[in-house]
Design a binder for this molecule. Sequence first.
Ligand code: FES
Length: 501
Amino acid sequence: MSKTKRITLLPLQQSIDVNKGSHLHDILFNYGVEFPCGGHARCRGCRVKIKKGSLPVTNLQKNILDNKELDEGWRLACQGVVKDNLTLELGQWKSDILTDDSNFNFSSQKGYGIAIDLGTTTLAAQLVNRETGEVIAVETALNPQAKYGGDIMTRIDAASRLHKQDEMQTIIHSKLIDMIMALFRSSNKKLSRLKRISIVGNAVMHNIFCGIDVEPMGFHPFEPNSNDLEVYKPSGLGWPLHEDVIIEFLPGVASFIGSDILMGVWAKNMEESRGLKVLVDLGTNGEIMVGRKDKILTASTAAGPAFEGAGISMGMRAVTGAISSVITRDGDIIPKVLGVNEAKGICGSGLVDAVSVYLNHGFIKPDGRFTNGESITVQDTVVITQKDIRELQLAKGAIATGIRLLLKEFNATENDVEEVFLSGAFGNYISKRSARRIGLLNFPQKKITTAGNTALLGAKMALFNSENQFENLRQKMTHIDLSMHPDFTDVFAELVNFPEK
Ligand code: FES
């Protein structure tokens, strides 16, 4: 019997030959499939539907998939071992990764620089001509550490309890140097002209990259061992670049406020502003910055996963088959599905839109209960359940509470804010109108600006500047632990409901 088996992936009709006995987890990861719980059969995020062939049903799968799903051929890819030729339909595909094409001020310098946004889920790198400020080439990829878990807490667990930190450090170093080489290959530029590489990321990504033990970030007060600027020579990372290249992992501020946020604040020039500005970064986590010239306060919430589809019964990332928006036209409710006709799930922007529309139609009450039944069908087999609404309320309630509490420290309200920047993967795709309707952002719509990938923009600006500037800004920033704030419970109880109108 042949030792090679063929796997065909739908809807792309892509076929791959693999060895019998290979784990689907390892194979599919290379094709952009994510394993949000790290392959522990806890999240359902890696579901695949068998169209041809077979994958045995294990006890772990029976715990998480119901009989109907199993009968229909759904399996957890993270538990699958290839014994047979297979045709699989995937619930998720690689999504667009947010980069940056903003203009920024710079003073001309010699040679090239590379800015890298090392995100929990995605990686983005830009090759920049430091004489002209022009972006010459862009590379994006999924973070290969995602196979150890989709969110930072799962990643910390894998690093500390499962002793995978060294492995995770090695694979990210190797992935980033591959991307650096690809930038030069695709642009046909000389590697010898590379002068500086600036990397930003949250504190967990920072510590894993730098080889600093992440275990303390797994429990209260979630403080990293270090979040400081780390500077390397290429030989220190084993990167085949000439030894004069400066590689720096930029500094962060506090536990979950990493250099990605610090650079975002810097990129939006918040420390120079006389009026109050707000930066909300909605990605895998939710981070909030409120400030002006004299001080800048930061807070973080674990709100992101719901916005990225995690914890939502038919939630998925914004990839093929996801309902990404819902609008009302002439009284009809119209969902939009990415890439195909048939909806397979709903992503964060679709969920926020759907709830906004259902609130306006009176299908959902301000306290989150449905007027009729236990679920609402959005399109095809995609439904929103009462539990999904609860998850969304908790997520948006936490962000809105964080904003309100930080504003309170300035004796200000949402009306006193001059400008609100929305950044992060989710922040860039959400409808501002819907975000206001569900009470996620309680600001006048005209004050809200979509800001792109501010972390990458900040990393690019850092290619032209001295590290002292970050130090000054860092000193100005104070992190507020929302969970310890005396008013958190009361404000959250007020903001967890949806606004009346
Ligand atoms: S259930 Fe497979 S990755 Fe979570």
